[in-house]
Design a protein around this ligand. Structure first.
Ligand SMILES: NC(=O)c1ccc[n+]([C@@H]2O[C@H](COP(=O)([O-])OP(=O)(O)OC[C@H]3O[C@@H](n4cnc5c(N)ncnc54)[C@H](O)[C@@H]3O)[C@@H](O)[C@H]2O)c1
Length: 256
């Protein structure tokens, strides 16, 4: 089979949560470029609108939707709107996320709660809504959860974030197991360090150079580094993959 056929996503309708942010836009962009219809769902409607407009100006089909993944009514409304405008969602990229930088001993309870609300509860609620619809329509689908290399590697001052991403890893495997019989594949992408708004506090000043220096490949990730894995998991090329994790980190997690 030709690669263009194997990795074909032109029939897919993709909903990307956190779709206005750095990694969400990059992943939506490669899918849209290859013919998928994409919905960028974000709590920050302005960034999602700007990203969708930029994709549309390149000839893609893209819409923006306001969505707070902590709000179940908004989740249902977002899926309803995307179905009405683009068709049934066949690929969900569960990407919305927040991070923090606090010493564990003084981490505010509210920060811990919010990180869990968005990164864990929100991701679960969106996956649940996607799966309910995929099961109802009977065509299966692909759910791609965005975790992090920090789901396995502890570093200082990100206890809540790392714990939340470890939960996403286990959630991926649990959902993959339960939903395989419905032909719903649930997989995980684990990015290393990418320069986005989320990592701004860690990478400001000399931080980016220090982090790049710690990377075996000598640099931070950029959006294009995610393209291959996203195409694999969203297309028929990954049709027998479920419960898997793909690490994209230039080797950061295996050592210096
Ligand atoms: N940047 C990295 O180095 C890196 C590394 C590993 C994992 N990740 C993960 O990738 C994902 C995307 O991160 P990013 O780096 O693009 O960050 P980002 O801050 O650029 O994008 C995150 C997006 O999520 C949105 N968002 C936040 N809370 C939300 C909510 N409650 N409901 C809906 N949308 C919400 C934000 O508005 C933002 O547009 C996150 O899950 C993050 O944990 C990022």
């Amino acid at each position: 089979m030709r690669a263009s056929e194997l990795f074909d996503v032109s029939g897919e309708v993709v909903l990307v949560t956190g779709g206005g942010g750095g990694i969400g836009v990059a992943m939506a962009g490669v899918l849209a470029l290859n013919g998928a219809k994409v919905a960028l769902a974000d709590i920050d409607l302005e960034v999602a609108q700007a990203a969708a407009a930029s994709l549309c100006s390149g000839g893609a089909t893209a819409v923006s939707v306001e969505l707070d993944v902590r709000d179940e009514q908004m989740i249902v409304a977002a899926f309803d709107r995307v179905e009405a405008e683009l068709g049934r969602v066949s690929v969900l990229i569960n990407n919305a996320g927040v991070a923090h930088r606090d010493k564990a001993v003084s981490l505010p309870a509210q920060t811990w709660r919010n990180v869990m609300d968005v990164n864990v509860d929100g991701a679960f609620a969106v996956a649940q809504e996607a799966a309910r619809r995929m099961i109802r329509y009977g065509n299966g689908g692909s759910i791609i959860n965005i975790s992090s290399i920090l789901s396995e590697i502890p570093i200082r001052q990100v206890a809540a974030y790392s714990t939340s991403k470890a939960a996403v890893t286990q959630m991926t495997r649990c959902l993959a197991l339960e939903w395989a019989k419905h032909q719903i594949r649930v997989n995980e992408i684990r990015p290393g360090w990418f320069e986005t708004a989320l990592t701004g506090p860690f990478l400001k000043g000399p931080g980016a150079k220090v982090m790049a220096g710690q990377n075996p490949m000598g640099r931070l990730g950029d959006g294009s580094d995610l393209a291959g894995a996203v195409l694999l998991l969203a297309s028929g090329a990954g049709k027998f993959m479920t419960g898997s994790a793909i690490t994209i980190d230039g080797g950061h997690s295996i050592g210096r």
